[in-house]
Design a protein around this ligand. Structure first.
Ligand SMILES: Cc1cc2nc3c(=O)[nH]c(=O)nc-3n(C[C@H](O)[C@H](O)[C@H](O)COP(=O)(O)OP(=O)(O)OC[C@H]3O[C@@H](n4cnc5c(N)ncnc54)[C@H](O)[C@@H]3O)c2cc1C
Length: 167
């Protein structure tokens, strides 16, 4: 099994587009790490996020906008020998990105961000009521400092059994 660095932007975009969730890591007000699952949108090299204007997450981000976003594709279980624990792998692709959260306050930019969020999940178009847009916190992180990796990519010669069994 191999772990492969992914550098091709198309493949990176594919990984992000295939995810329903990302994991947003922040530093909380007690200076401890805090990671939560989040829905997101992806547009023009930015990850867009939205959420409540109160709570530990937003308190953390307002205090320290440094953030880490992790994405992981659906996974596939693989093994070389069913009876050998250390031959098991969970195959998948993931991205770890670091950056600074920017809050979006302009109404129209918020709507664009919400559209980007919805576009991750559906082709349907939406309108939003004004209080909802005003009350929601919308923020984004630029995807310019990240690594993407593929885990459990097998080598045909090393693992002919797995290829035979389509794993
Ligand atoms: C599938 C999914 C999608 C989500 N999408 C979004 C989104 O797009 N935007 C958004 O704002 N939130 C989303 N959430 C919720 C998000 O994970 C946080 O729970 C939420 O943002 C509130 O965080 P908070 O720190 O402000 O909560 P607070 O109420 O301030 O947290 C209080 C305590 O609750 C616990 N806690 C908080 N969140 C979670 C959690 N997810 N799981 C377990 N314990 C928790 C922590 O121990 C925390 O200290 C999603 C959750 C799931 C499961």
């Amino acid at each position: 099994m191999k772990t492969v660095l992914i550098e091709d932007q198309e493949q990176i975009d594919e990984i992000i587009k295939s995810c329903d969730l990302c994991y947003l890591g922040v530093i909380d007000p007690e200076n401890r790490p805090y990671v939560v699952p989040m829905n997101f949108g992806y547009l023009d090299g930015y990850i867009y996020l939205h959420g409540a204007s109160f709570g530990k997450l937003i308190d953390s981000l307002k205090m320290n906008p440094d953030a880490c976003l992790t994405f992981c594709t659906d996974t596939v279980l693989a093994y070389q020998n069913e009876e050998v624990a250390c031959s098991y792998r969970v195959k998948g692709k993931s991205i770890v990105a670091r950056g600074t959260i920017e809050f979006i306050v302009d109404y129209d930019q918020k709507v664009d961000a919400l559209n980007a969020l919805m576009a991750q999940y559906t082709d349907r178009k939406f309108t939003y009521n004004s209080p909802a847009v005003k009350n929601v916190e919308v923020y984004r992180m630029k995807m310019d400092d990240f690594t993407a990796k593929e885990f459990g990519k097998y080598n045909d010669q090393t693992f002919p059994w797995m290829k035979k069994h389509g794993r």
